[in-house]
Design a protein around this ligand. Structure first.
Ligand SMILES: *[C@@H]1O[C@H](CO)[C@@H](O)[C@H](O)[C@H]1NC(C)=O
Ligand SMILES: *[C@@H]1O[C@H](CO)[C@@H](O)[C@H](O)[C@H]1NC(C)=O
Length: 510
């Protein structure tokens, strides 16, 4: 991903939603969403199909995104290891392990919570998307004492506008070890393998057991050799500024332990959370959730343990999860996170849709846990019902699908109007099947600069989305707005599955 975060001056000014207007708006708006529902099934199918366009390695016979071909078939050869497969993170051709693992965790969480709402074929497609990642992640942890965390020199890769099938830049292999630890990427890999083990428990028990066993091992490695991978100069040169560990590795250790606890039901991971929560920053109450920062997701995930398992020592996680939810719902009088005038969750820094989809997923997962244990969100003097969380998630997803000031969908191939000039090398250049001749590094520039639509619509890709003024220019060069990423789509898969089965969720009168 081409995000140079330092180009945008961060704005920490939270815009207050006019919450006092809400009852009126709700009454006026109520019949509209009911009358004009989105085709969530179509959007779900496309959100999963997107992952096929991001595949690296030898493509299978049932590949549906036919504009793609085999690529990076000698990844790992530099160190004598097979590291083919996995996903490119975004519109480039690098395999970044940290966001890939997070993507895998979120795809798995999507299926774990909302897979039962998916039509059977989409449940299978989602499992295939997860397996494409876990088959690769298993390769990265198959050599004792190291975890391979990245393939591809990002500087030379980003210097080219080249199809993955033609890629001829350095496929540098980066790894963490006891000497140069990377507890964030190893901890996230443990989380991903543990969460995925739950997805395959019924359909492939042997694979599921293997995933869980490896998850435990890589977690032990992450915990034994504590450190951040961006502290090592060699690794830093490869992972920064793209996927630096900006906020520390501590959250990924708790997150990995929480997923191992959930997947294994083994009390030792519960003990780990209880004994290490304080030193690992569980009380920081940070309202962030994404590939780098796990806090809000951790609070939601561990709240389940508190609410359903009545583990009283974990009560603070529900308090923090509650306080995050209170920043998202209009009823609450606590200060709110920023929204665009059109109502979209907005965080500065580019690729805003990653926040929209991950927070929407958390709203829905938390609503599910609350409902199951007949609880509400405690926002000071106000108790907020789970349906309010669902309503906010629905507003976010519906905005993304077309209910917005631009009247456009931000998912390629969904609806009548959607982004045409997506910042994605493979999508914008001619397909390898229609143009087999090699297109060298700089020879892609004309396609990059072309005002024409991308030649291969990357169906299901969700772009970074509009800025804080709700405007979107559909400009390929503006990667903050026009680049898709795997971690935008991964939590979206779960949110869309929920709305397939509950298209009017949140719209009940309480
Ligand atoms: C629980 O996990 C710990 C730490 O990985 C392990 O030593 C122990 O054998 C596990 N217990 C069971 C019952 O699997
Ligand atoms: C979006 O649709 C509304 C209602 O049809 C219209 O008033 C508005 O001008 C449209 N906006 C754009 C950017 O097309």
């Amino acid at each position: 991903m081409n995000h140079y975060l330092d180009l945008f001056p961060p704005s920490f000014v939270a815009i207050m939603t006019p919450f006092f207007l809400l009852p009126l708006l709700l009454l006026l708006a109520l019949p509209l969403p009911l009358a004009r529902s989105h085709d969530y099934h179509d959007a779900l199918a496309k959100s999963i199909l997107f992952f096929e366009g991001q595949r690296s390695g030898k493509l299978p016979a049932d590949q549906r995104a036919e504009w793609r071909g085999d690529s990076a078939l000698s990844d790992g050869s530099e160190v004598g290891v097979d590291l083919t497969g996995g996903y490119y993170d975004a519109g480039d051709n690098v395999k970044f392990g940290f966001p890939m693992a997070f993507t895998t965790t979120m795809l798995s969480w999507s299926v774990i919570e909302f897979g039962d709402y998916m039509p059977a074929d989409e449940r299978r497609n989602a499992a295939a998307a997860i397996r494409w990642a876990t088959d690769y992640l298993l390769k990265t942890v198959s050599h004792p004492g190291v975890v391979f965390v990245q393939v591809g020199n990002p500087i030379s890769d980003h210097n080219c506008w080249e199809r993955p099938e033609d890629m001829d830049t350095a496929r540098t292999v980066y790894y963490v070890s006891a000497d140069r630890p990377g507890s964030e990427v190893a901890g996230e890999t443990a989380a991903a393998l543990a969460a995925a083990s739950m997805v395959f428990r019924q359909t492939d028990p042997a694979y599921s057991r293997k995933l869980l066993k490896k998850a435990m091992r890589v977690f032990e490695f992450a915990d034994t050799h504590k450190g951040a991978y961006s502290d090592d100069p060699g690794l830093k040169a490869g992972v920064c500024p793209f996927y630096c560990d900006f906020d520390g590795y501590q959250d990924e250790l708790l997150w990995g332990a929480a997923w191992l606890r959930r997947a294994s039901r083994n009390d030792s991971f519960l003990d780990y959370i209880q004994n290490n929560g304080k030193t690992l920053g569980a009380d920081d109450n940070i309202n962030e959730f994404g590939w780098d920062n796990k806090h809000a997701g951790l609070n939601v995930l561990i709240s389940k343990e508190f609410m359903e398992g009545q583990v009283l020592s974990l009560e603070s996680y529900k308090e923090f999860a509650d306080s995050f939810m209170c920043t998202l719902v209009p009823e609450s009088s606590s200060s709110h996170i920023q929204f665009t005038p059109g109502g979209l969750i907005y965080k500065p820094g580019g690729s805003n849709m990653q926040h929209v989809t991950s927070i929407s997923f958390l709203l829905l997962a938390y609503a599910k846990y609350l409902s199951k244990s007949s609880q509400t969100v405690n926002c000071g003097s106000i108790q907020v019902a789970p349906s309010s969380l669902q309503l906010q998630a629905k507003k976010q997803i519906d905005y993304m699908l077309g209910d917005n000031p631009m009247n456009m969908s931000y998912m390629v191939g969904y609806g009548d109007r959607y982004p045409q000039r997506v910042h994605h090398r493979g999508s914008s250049l001619p397909s390898i099947s229609s143009h087999p001749r090699f297109i060298a590094c700089k020879d892609g520039t004309d396609y990059y600069r072309s005002p024409n639509p991308n030649l291969n619509p990357h169906v299901g890709a969700v772009v970074g989305g509009p800025a804080d003024d709700d405007l979107y220019e559909d400009d390929r060069a503006d990667f903050r707005k026009s680049e898709p990423t795997t971690y935008i789509n991964a939590p979206l898969v779960g949110a869309l599955a929920f709305f397939v089965a509950n298209p009017n969720a949140g719209l009940v009168l309480r």
